[in-house]
Design a protein around this ligand. Sequence first.
Ligand SMILES: NC(=O)C1=CN([C@@H]2O[C@H](COP(=O)(O)OP(=O)(O)OC[C@H]3O[C@@H](n4cnc5c(N)ncnc54)[C@H](OP(=O)(O)O)[C@@H]3O)[C@@H](O)[C@H]2O)C=CC1
Ligand SMILES: CC(=O)N[C@@H](CCC(=O)OP(=O)(O)O)C(=O)O
Length: 335
Amino acid sequence: MTSIAIVGATGYAGVELAQACASHAHINSITLMSAREGGERVPADPRAQAFIEPLDLGALGSDFDVVFLCLPHGLGHQVTATALRGSARVIDLSSDYRFRDAAQYERVYGHPHPVPELCDVAVYGLTEYGREDIKSAQLIANPGCYPTASLLGLLPLVNAGLLRAGSRVTIDAKSGVSGAGKSPTETTLYGNVNESVRAYGVGTHRHAPEIESRIDADLALTFVPHLMPMFRGMLATIYAEPAAGVTLAQAREAIADRYANEPFVHLIDSQPATSSVARTNHCHVAIAEANGALVVTSAIDNLVKGAAGAALQNMNVMLGFDELEGLRTPDGGAL
Ligand SMILES: NC(=O)C1=CN([C@@H]2O[C@H](COP(=O)(O)OP(=O)(O)OC[C@H]3O[C@@H](n4cnc5c(N)ncnc54)[C@H](OP(=O)(O)O)[C@@H]3O)[C@@H](O)[C@H]2O)C=CC1
Ligand SMILES: CC(=O)N[C@@H](CCC(=O)OP(=O)(O)O)C(=O)O
């Protein structure tokens, strides 16, 4: 049986993860933890069925098989290092260890990585593209939500060599406001989001280099995120130029083949909708052609496949459990 701790259990991703873990057949102990030391043990919800414990660094390395970090960027380094010094394996939902090396982190964030040696230890947790490394990983860097939706749509075409070398790939992506976490800001206030759509982070968003770093091909990337007037859900619309002679049918076949045996990623015939994947770990992908461009659309729930669900899927791979465990939809399996 498995004992886990969720640090940052009061956040959107932490709550989502705790709920998924509660239905997991092989998790027998879930400890919900704050990232703040000291303080009181507080009820996690008004019915007081569960409690949030203050951070206990001493327990993290010894009492748990897996420690999940659901903290804002930059706050989890001490927890990670402590847990890894003990016997726990760590799954970090933040962006702290997503870059291949500390130098790339420094280029993106503008300051040196606080624990550079762990960058080499971390395994990027896009499950569908890293199972072998994930199985033996001590530290998983769970991917960002935009990179998850984007890479799941794009990688089958890139890896099959179907895109024109040197061409541009444009990713127009849209997220619900829960992607920004639970602390309100000027841009995520209901009054500023409702009945309105806006782009943000144009040319500066950290997910552009994260996506780029996972694409092994000569392609130029433009990534533009948008904030949508909805709570959860994410849609990436990806525009790409096919290599000479590549047809839509070939591109579709590449995606179909790549995901034929994947429990959570599905090529569908209609256009993906965020509502169809809401509260599930599924990703729906479609492909069409528009005036010579291949247009791939990819929808996920940012809090599930984009965060907590992917983290649990990674734990299942690490510990040799059925990947669907804790992530089944009401029909009992894949949609
Ligand atoms: N939301 C999403 O769609 C996605 C999120 N992620 C990543 O997952 C991580 C968690 O995200 P999310 O759940 O949305 O974030 P939230 O803002 O909803 O929750 C953050 C958690 O961290 C704690 N926390 C915040 N500030 C501090 C602080 N200064 N010191 C100690 N603890 C603190 C909060 O505790 P307290 O209640 O005490 O403030 C809370 O438990 C982030 O790194 C995020 O980037 C990744 C993919 C998608
Ligand atoms: C709507 C919104 O604000 N979204 C967040 C992305 C959240 C996420 O996946 O990623 P990280 O773990 O990299 O923060 C943003 O654009 O920063």
